[in-house]
Every structure is written in C-alpha cells, then in structure tokens.
Ligand binder design. Structure first.
Ligand SMILES: [Zn+2]
Length: 276
C-alpha cells in the first residue's frame, strides 16, 4: 500500500534533527491530526480542500456563519444533519487509541486537532492534552450570550420536535461550538498550538493534507524549531520534503506501529530500550 515515492523509514536524515532522548526531560511528542484519522470511525472529510463542504455549496452554507445566523431554514437543515449525521454516534478507532496508549506509557504527548469530533477525548485522552483548532461539535454554544452545553442536550430538543432550538437563557441562536467558515480561529488556542509545536521533539502530522492554514504551518514551526517531523497521510503534502519520515500506509495500522516505536525508543517507556 505504500507508494514508490515514500521516503524510507530512516532513523534520521543526514543533518536531521533527531535528538538524543536522554535525561528526565524527554522530548514531548506532538501530534497534529486531521480528518484522515477519523475516516476509520465513519466520519468523512468535511472541511478539507476536497472535503464534503467544499464540493457542495449547499452543504457549505450549513457551516458558513453568515448564512447560519441569517437564515432559519439553513439552521433547521443544519440541526437535521447534526441529528442524523455519522458524527453523532462515531466511536474512536485504533489510531485514536494508540495515542492514548502512548500517553499512558508515560510519554508526554499533546494533540493539536483540526477535527471537531471529540474522538481523541472519547478514546481516553485528557481534555487538557487536546487543542481543538476548530472547536468542538460535542458542545453547543449560543451566538448571542455565549452559553455552552452538551450537544446531546440540544439534539434531544431537536428530536422532541424543536427544529431550531433557541438558547434557554436568552432565546438567542444556538450552533455547534465549532469554528464555522467566516469565523476566526480562537487566538488563544492557536497560540498554545504554536507553543506546543515549537517545543516538541517529535511532531507527527497524521491524516491532514497540510493545506489548510494556519494549522499546516505548525509543521514548519516544529521542524524549524528542531523537531523530528513525521507525516502520516495517504496523499502527498506540501511539507513532505521537510519531513524526516513520510508514511503513506493506512493510518489505522501505521500510527499504532509508529507510536509503539516511539514508546520503545524513549527512555522510561514501558518497552525495553536499546534500539538502534
Ligand atoms: Zn444565549
């Protein structure tokens, strides 16, 4: 399944940045995850350059802030999609679980995700270790007063017959707590993501085309700060030439294998060291 152009799984390119993992301050592992990590959970790529929303202008309106807040019919359709779409009952897959295993093995890990499905946390990763660049669909929020609550509560109201449930506090418009098209990323979350990328010893970009900014630039920030950059993605990305390692195998297999290798090659990990 690996392409001919795939870079060898080298132990570090010449002049590469692989750091000796010694002492108590082991290099933290940062992962940037995109839609590709969740496709095994049945969630299609919505937001990417070739995603569902970009290919379907009518679908894109459902997640475009201007249309959403100004058109009740758009909101009614959006709530129906939230109620019946695949994301509602999606479960984490082997790739999500492999990241949790890495964390539980004692390796410092942070996840920066472009996904809004909450599957990293559903797999068992603590909330504080996940930076959600595009917000979360696990919560609703009020456009007017900012109130938030579990999406499940709002969907119960839709199921009970409210086609466009208003805020119970201020009667304002409710939406998912995600960053819609036409909205800016949360600057604080983005700032923390930049700091995580810059401090990482290993930066793994998984299931992302690395074509959506500013998320993609995190790979460059990490590499320029000296991280070992590993890209796990089915398709080539603009950052492949910058990477120490490019893996094109299916994520559900490739990521668990890669992270097991990282655990084993990290001092104080549960697996024996002495590789290479
Ligand atoms: Zn409100």
């Amino acid at each position: 399944m690996s392409g001919d152009e795939t870079a060898p799984r080298s132990g570090g390119a010449p002049g590469g940045s692989r750091r000796p993992a010694t002492g108590p301050s082991r290099p933290p592992v940062a992962l940037l995850s995109g839609a590709g990590i969740s496709t095994d959970s049945g969630i299609p790529d919505y937001r990417g350059p070739n995603g569902v929303w970009r290919r379907d202008p009518e679908a894109e309106k459902l997640v475009t802030h201007h249309h959403y807040v100004n058109d009740p019919e758009i909101r009614r359709r959006a709530w129906r999609v939230r109620l019946t779409g695949p994301a509602r009952h999606a479960r984490p897959n082997a790739a999500h679980r492999a990241i949790v295993d890495l964390e539980r093995a004692g390796v410092p890990v942070r996840v920066i995700t472009q996904n809004v499905d909450g599957l990293h946390q559903a797999a068992g990763l603590p909330d504080r270790k996940v930076l959600e660049l595009h917000g979360t669909a696990r919560l609703f929020e009020c456009v007017d007063c900012g109130a938030r609550g579990p999406m499940a509560d709002a969907l119960s109201r839709v199921e009970a017959g409210e086609e466009d449930p208003p805020c119970t506090l201020c009667s304002g418009i409710l939406k998912s707590a995600t960053v819609m098209f036409g909205q800016s990323l949360d600057r604080e979350v983005l700032g923390r993501a930049v700091a995580v990328a810059a401090a990482s010893g290993v930066f793994v970009a998984v299931g992302t085309s690395l074509r959506v900014q500013p998320a993609a630039s995190l790979a460059r920030i990490a590499a320029e700060a000296g991280a070992r950059l590993i890209i796990v993605n089915a398709e080539p990305t603009p950052y492949d030439a910058l990477a120490d390692e490019v893996i094109r195998e299916p994520i559900g297999r490739a990521l668990p294998a890669l992270l097991a290798d990282l655990t084993a090659s990290t001092p104080d990990g549960t697996a024996p060291t002495g590789r290479e």
